[in-house]
Design a protein around this ligand. Structure first.
Ligand SMILES: Cc1cc2nc3c(=O)[nH]c(=O)nc-3n(C[C@H](O)[C@H](O)[C@H](O)COP(=O)(O)OP(=O)(O)OC[C@H]3O[C@@H](n4cnc5c(N)ncnc54)[C@H](O)[C@@H]3O)c2cc1C
Length: 428
């Protein structure tokens, strides 16, 4: 039986980025990814809105995202592999009260060189044909909507075709000799004593033991190191061996609305705000429903990340809820953008965030030869490359990871024992 150096569970964006960087750092190591689905990136990676923004107050967030996005640019511009990067920018719409709270944070970010433009509500009314004053509307009062006082536009932000990024990592990993076994479900982590005595029921609690690979529905795969990058499903495997990733699965849903009317087409292709000549990714005041311009489909994607009383529950095939759109998103969006009046979704889907409820940051750690990489909390795609590099550095027993562009990142900062992450102050 072949013994691999590393077996990675999961060919989502995190498993793939990790595999790619492990192979880059250790070209002679034999690395295999095991994925239960038929192709790569079909878990929550495929469900994503695929947006990114290099605009965070937390240094941890900014470093993970900015180096990843610079790598995206490198792939597209220097390596010539199109990722369909679109620089639509982010536009946050703020109420007066909320803007007052974030203004000092925005100023500090500006001093740190993070560029953004502040628009008056009235200017946005002209540019986007939005309704900034909703407080006179009775329904808006019932929902609790606020008037738009300001808009903050962030230019270093946009979208990526996540499938093309998946293909990049997958192909490069395979070109370096990496192996992927599809349609293979990992059923458990194989645990063995470090010094086997060949007694039944080993390992005993007095023996030092380690992860020695995985048992799948097809065979046993032995490996020196086992890496679990199974997204929201990670704990199904980790719990079996008394470990866990700090994360709760929570449903997130997206609704796609075609720009079928003249008014919606005008909104989608509005000029003067970004190089794509389109509506920026727009986040409404509380409740922060968001609208993504999906130019390839001549559509908008609409969503809202709800919390209490949304349950934490692991689901293999979560379904979008019609009434979440009809009585939720639609009611809010049409108050600010009447262009959406009468618009019905032509497509909808749901996935899950692996939400780290402690600090919202990824977790990368190793215990007894078992690495856990995940808990990406809804920003796994925009942080994927940095996470892959940090996981690969941990695999190689390095204290620091070299992120794209040369920035160094202390590996233990994303572990649990010596965790050191900067909390995000720009909460929108
Ligand atoms: C609706 C929605 C919108 C989002 N929008 C954004 C966004 O705009 N920007 C952003 O950066 N992020 C976004 N995210 C988050 C992002 O999609 C995730 O953080 C990221 O995809 C996580 O990648 P992953 O590889 O950890 O998980 P996954 O992509 O879920 O990969 C895990 C893989 O492991 C496999 N697997 C699990 N268990 C087993 C097993 N036992 N055996 C074998 N294989 C197994 C699964 O089949 C799957 O392929 C969004 C997520 C959702 C749901």
């Amino acid at each position: 039986m072949t013994e691999y150096d590393a077996v990675i569970v999961g060919a989502g964006i995190i498993g793939l980025a990790t595999a790619y960087h492990v192979k880059k750092q250790q070209p002679n190591d034999r690395v295999v990814i095991v994925e239960r689905m038929a192709t790569a990136g079909q878990g929550n990676t495929a469900k994503s809105a695929a947006m990114f923004r290099c605009f965070f107050a937390s240094n941890t967030n900014l470093t993970l995202v900015d180096t990843t996005v610079e790598f995206f640019k490198h792939i597209q511009n220097e390596l010539g592999r199109d990722l369909k990067l679109r620089w639509a920018g982010y536009l946050w719409l703020f109420s007066k009260e909320h803007y007052k709270m974030v203004e000092p944070i925005l100023r500090a970010m500006s001093r740190n060189g993070l560029s953004h433009t502040v628009y008056e509500g009235e200017e946005l009314v002209e540019r986007l044909n939005l309704v900034s004053r909703v407080s006179d509307d009775q329904e808006a009062q019932i929902i609790g909507l606020s008037d738009v006082e300001k808009g903050v536009f962030v230019p270093k932000a946009g979208s990526i075709d996540i499938d093309l990024l998946v293909q990049f990592y997958e192909r490069e990993f395979k070109n370096m000799g990496g192996i992927i076994q599809y349609n293979t479900r990992v059923e458990k982590i194989l645990v063995e004593p470090k010094r086997p005595l060949n007694m039944p029921d080993e390992p005993f609690f007095w023996q030092q033991s380690r992860a020695a690979g995985v048992t799948t529905n097809r065979s046993i795969i032995r490996a020196k190191k086992t890496i679990v990058a199974a997204g929201v499903w990670a704990n199904s495997l980790l719990h079996q061996v008394g470990l866990y990733a700090p994360m709760e699965p929570i449903k997130r849903q997206l609704f796609s609305v075609k720009a079928e009317t003249e008014e919606l087409r005008k909104l989608l292709h509005v000029g003067g705000l970004n190089p794509e000549h389109c509506m920026p990714f727009t986040i409404l005041p509380e409740p922060t429903v968001y609208i993504k311009p999906a130019l390839e489909e001549e559509a908008f994607w609409l969503s809202y990340g709800d919390s209490f009383p949304r349950e934490f529950k692991l689901e293999d095939d979560p379904q979008p809820e019609e009434n979440f759109y009809r009585y939720g998103i639609y009611q809010v969006v049409t108050k600010y953008f009447p262009q959406f009046s009468g618009a019905k979704p032509y497509g909808a889907w749901a996935g899950q965030y692996a939400l780290n409820t402690i600090d919202g940051q990824p977790v990368i750690l190793e215990e007894n030869g078992l690495l856990t990489v995940g808990s990406c909390s809804g920003s796994g795609n925009m942080k994927a490359d940095a996470i892959g590099r940090i996981a690969a550095a941990l695999y190689s027993d390095e204290d620091y990871a070299d992120l794209f562009g040369g920035k160094r990142f202390k590996v233990s900062d994303l572990g649990m024992l010596k965790r050191k992450v900067e909390r995000e102050k720009l909460i929108i």
